[in-house]
Design a protein around this ligand. Structure first.
Ligand code: PLP
Length: 353
């Protein structure tokens, strides 16, 4: 793929010394590529970060034909930039595209694009403890048209945002509200796809939990409100009687790269890992029998996010005295050591830019 590069003549001041947070600052450049029916993907380019110009009739605004991805570039102690399992994100991108009738992207081209934009804004990878450069690829339908059908024109864009440490004050487990009214996804829907529409559908429940003093929602299945799907925007794991259990991928769950990494790492530690249906009743019964050892969410942003409390309609359980458990801590330490290049990468997960 030929990528043209047009560097900005007015670089921005970098936000070093400021509180980065998540998704507040954007780098100097972005990657853009167009799709036209009959012509395919074309005009791959790196251009200054700037507003897109779209018709108000662009299909993405009306029927949400949109997909996105999320990954990070990490700066090592030697100043190298590492990506973490980017091929997994690219495979997932094409599974999402397939579900949303968005054209496929050649996996090699997608990786080349990610590497090229990270390389162009390499100076923007922060080097404070726990900080990284968040990478947000996304595709939108751009035809100016109000009929409902798959679009014929798309933009693939990659933007970058330097982000702060997720846990600047150490890992504190969060309080979770078990949601039994609203659902995030159903089998046959788009729950397994990384699509903006899933997030729009989740906001009402997230707000409800927040207003009740909870940080995240534990999502139950959309049919019986019985089986656990995910937690907030993360995959979910429970340690019951020494066994690590996570809901199986059956269509309503997003197949997280962190989820897959946690499963592989835990197995390498000699822990029994099971992917299966897990009901909220089983989790409560385990907690009441003193067998619920740990519970945590997994995702690119937080890596591991321990859960300290569950509230199901006023029935509250406290997990591991509200503290992070030993397996959660070990998984967090091992994964972050691999991501920042501090530990040997036995699985071959990192990719140098
Ligand atoms: C992105 C995402 C995850 C986590 O996926 P990772 O690849 O581990 O970052 C989990 N659940 C939902 C709904 C997501 O959108």
């Amino acid at each position: 793929m030929n990528i043209t590069v047009n560097r900005t003549s007015t670089p921005k001041e970098k936000p070093w010394g400021k509180t980065l947070g998540f998704g507040n600052y954007f780098t100097d450049h972005m990657f853009v590529m167009d799709y036209t029916e009959g012509k395919g993907w074309h005009d791959a380019r790196i251009v200054p970060f700037e507003n897109l110009s779209l018709s108000p009739a662009a299909m993405v605004f009306h029927y949400a034909q949109e997909m996105f991805e999320g990954m990070k570039a990490y700066k090592t102690a030697d100043g190298e930039a590492l990506l973490f399992r980017p091929q997994k994100n690219i495979e997932r991108m094409n599974r999402t595209n397939e579900r949303l009738c968005i054209p496929q992207i050649d996996p090699d081209d997608a990786l080349e694009a990610i590497k090229a934009i990270v390389d162009a804004d390499r100076d923007w990878i922060p080097d404070g403890e726990g900080t990284s450069l968040y990478i947000r690829p996304f595709i939108i339908a751009t035809d100016p048209h109000l009929g409902v059908r798959p679009a014929k024109n798309y933009i693939f864009c990659i933007i970058l945002s330097p982000v702060g440490a997720y846990y600047p004050e150490g890992i504190n487990p969060v309080k979770i509200y078990v949601e039994d009214e609203y659902v995030r996804a159903v089998k046959g829907g788009i729950g397994f796809a990384k699509a903006g529409g899933n997030y729009a559908a989740s906001l009402r429940a997230q707000k409800k939990a927040y207003d009740l003093g909870y940080t995240q929602v534990l999502w139950l299945d959309g049919v019986e409100r019985e089986y656990i799907d995910e937690v907030g925007t993360m995959n979910v794991f429970f340690v019951i009687d020494g066994e690590l259990i996570t809901p199986a991928l059956e269509g309503s769950i997003l197949p997280g790269v962190t989820r897959d990494s946690v499963i592989n790492l835990a197995k390498s530690f000699g822990i029994k890992v099971t992917e299966r249906k897990l009901s909220i009743n089983e989790v409560y019964a385990a907690a009441k029998a003193g067998k619920l050892d740990e519970a945590f969410g997994s995702g690119t942003a937080a890596v591991i996010s321990p859960m300290g409390e569950l509230n199901r309609d006023g029935d509250i359980i406290i997990i591991n005295d509200g503290k992070i458990g030993p397996l959660s801590q070990k998984l967090y330490d091992t994964l972050t050591d691999i991501q920042w290049g501090r530990a040997e990468d036995k699985f071959g997960w990192t990719v140098k830019v």
